[in-house]
Write a protein that binds this ligand. Sequence first.
Ligand SMILES: [Zn+2]
Length: 236
Amino acid sequence: MIVKVCIDAGHGGKDPGAVGSTVEEKWVALDVTMRVAVKLQNSGIDVVMTRDSDQFVALDDRAKIANSKGADIFISIHCNSSSPEACGTEAWVFPREDKDHRLADCILQKIVERTGFKNRYTKQDNLAVLRLTKMPAVLVELGFISNPQEEQIMKTYDYQDQVSTAIVEGIKLYAGIPLEMTNQYSYDDTVNNMVIDGVTTTDNMAYWEQVLAGNTSARADYIRSILKRYQDLLRR
Ligand SMILES: [Zn+2]
């Protein structure tokens, strides 16, 4: 049973990862990871993140976080780089049990369905984060930042929304969780209740999706202002 997922946004801080003409891998990885986190939580699945800001985290520390928090699966999110013609999505697993392989295949299947990116399938390699993690572990290369077309697509809100939904669907497919199953309190309910309580006037979900996927200090500011309004409400 999958109750806790560790999502690992590749690179960060002094390590930009692959550098495209207008975007760096570390930012795409972080944006997609934040969206995956929100969507998993909305499905009632616990999330551990190895970073939730532009921060450098060593590879062995990433595995240590997943192991010490008792994650059931580990998903590392990256973008590929090669010649400008190379395109498509692929996944990497450590050469061991086939659990990892099946998880990778489920995620790729859903990514291809939702983004139309070419399936380059699952491959094996002795990568540190895959070797050191004790649970089924997959490294996903979303697409090629070195391919001008894929770079443009991967920057967009629409793509990041679709690919993050696909990753969550892939996890659910692997775990045998119905795709439509959601938490008792989805954040749609939470937002609706905040509108009813008069602490926000915005019930536009696209807006909240952006707020929740934003950088840590912006999210902290929103949470602070929401808490302040609830406090004022209670004092009335
Ligand atoms: Zn990478």
